[in-house]
Design a protein around this ligand. Structure first.
Ligand code: FAD
Length: 390
């Protein structure tokens, strides 16, 4: 890791511990997540502390994935930290994608306000299961985009769109292909737009994302051809560019949150007594925290390994699938053990441990459920075997 990135990570951690953690009991939140009022107040503090959007440097370049891992992990020692530092999903992945694919004018119009932390964004891909739309299998996409002169007209429905409510920038994927051959195109859109209606905001297990997760109806949305992100019909290729690093950045952040849960659980069991001694001195408790220590280290190593692969210029599709499965499962075990050793307190909102548990449960579904990643790894194993034996 570069020395200056290490210094930056230390700065981010100090900011999160000293400034952000005291806000954890701030009442400005609803059942979906913190309000924008709270988010933008925290961002102002991050700006003053020099830790706003720390993974994107002033010249617009991005830290290496390896350095990003350290910074994002530290930013997530509080669940409010990534929102404060602007390292949160979906903005972090959206900024990465627009930075890589966007034209200079698109970067000026859509990326600049995001990097400045003054707006939020959403990524619109998934569709409602009841429509048999895109979910685990994005090729089932039902939302259509048809050309109309200099414009494209988009119709359909989307679901689970994180942060849509309150977002100013959207990246929308729609089927621009024919009835015989589907193809996806990505569109950049200014939000809100009267052609997109929020049907409802879903009540989900997690509660860290401002705006929650929306179900949307899109009727006759007109998007100028200038706002196509990259080229027509190349949406799935671009999704791959976004997905591996975005998936890994979730691993980085949830590693930070699980590390904090372990700190809190450790504090509890080193103070609380039962049957004449401290809880930590009971083997059944101590071993759970020891298992956590191992899972946390294995998660960190897996993230660093995948980050190195991405930094070498590879798409890291296989490695990011492996990392996503291993890290989300390991961190879920960590959070579950933290809840367990804290007894009833672990289930209350007196600490963030119960929320970390809920958030990491959701992470085992989004950015590709565990089984879908395993299924694609199995396909690779078969492919490699057939190639070798041919
Ligand atoms: C909190 C949260 C935030 C999200 N944010 C966004 C967002 O901002 N933008 C967006 O576009 N989407 C978002 N999503 C959607 C998310 O990406 C999808 O939920 C995910 O891709 C799975 O799709 P699905 O829910 O339709 O599940 P389905 O496709 O219905 O799959 C259900 C289950 O079937 C199993 N399964 C599916 N395929 C296979 C297979 N090949 N082999 C074995 N088992 C399989 C898996 O266990 C899977 O969990 C979010 C979801 C959540 C929960």
């Amino acid at each position: 890791m570069a020395q200056n990135s290490l210094r930056l990570a230390d700065q981010v951690e100090a900011f999160v511990r000293q400034v952000v953690i005291p806000y954890e009991k701030d009442p400005r939140r609803d059942s979906h997540g913190p309000t924008d009022d709270l988010v933008f107040e925290l961002r102002e503090k991050a700006r003053q502390a020099g830790v706003l959007t720390p993974h994107i440097l002033p010249d617009g370049s991005h830290l290496s994935q390896r350095d990003t891992a350290m910074v994002l992990k530290r930013s997530a020692l509080s669940l409010l930290g990534p929102l404060a530092c602007n390292t949160m999903a979906p903005d972090e992945g959206n900024m990465y994608l627009i930075g890589k694919i966007g034209s200079p004018s698109q970067r000026e119009h859509f990326l600049k306000p995001l990097v400045s932390g003054r707006t939020r964004s959403a990524f619109l891909m998934t569709e409602p299961a009841e429509d048999d739309g895109a979910g685990s299998d994005p090729s089932m996409m039902k939302t259509t985009a048809r050309r109309d002169g200099r414009y494209w007209v988009i119709d359909g429905r989307k679901a689970f769109i994180t942060g849509y409510k309150g977002a100013k920038v959207g990246i929308l994927m729609a089927n621009s292909g024919t009835t015989e051959k589907m193809a996806a195109t990505m569109f950049l859109i200014d939000l809100p737009n009267p052609a997109i209606e929020i049907e409802r905001v879903l009540d989900t297990i997690d509660s860290s994302m401002p705006g929650g997760h929306s179900v949307l109806t899109i009727k006759g949305l007109r998007v100028s051809a200038d706002h196509i992100l990259g080229e027509v019909d190349k949406g799935f290729q671009y999704a791959q560019i976004r997905l591996s690093p975005a998936r890994l950045s979730h691993c980085m952040r949830w590693l930070g949150a699980a590390t904090r849960a372990q700190e809190i659980a450790t504090g509890y069991v080193c103070k609380r007594r039962a049957f004449g001694k401290l809880l930590i001195e009971h083997e059944g408790v101590g071993f759970q925290l020891a298992d956590n220590m191992i899972d946390l280290k294995q998660a960190e190593l897996m993230i660093d390994w995948c980050a190195d692969v991405l930094d070498s210029g590879s798409m890291g599709t296989v490695e990011s699938s492996m990392a996503k499965i291993a890290v989300s499962d390991a961190l879920f075990r960590v959070a579950d053990r933290c809840v367990q050793v804290m007894g009833g307190t672990g289930l209350t909102q007196d600490t963030i441990v119960e929320q970390v548990f809920r958030e990491i449960r959701a992470f085992r579904i989004y950015d590709g459920p565990t089984e879908v990643h395993k299924w694609s790894l199995a396909k690779k194993i078969k492919r490699d075997h057939l190639e070798k034996s041919a």
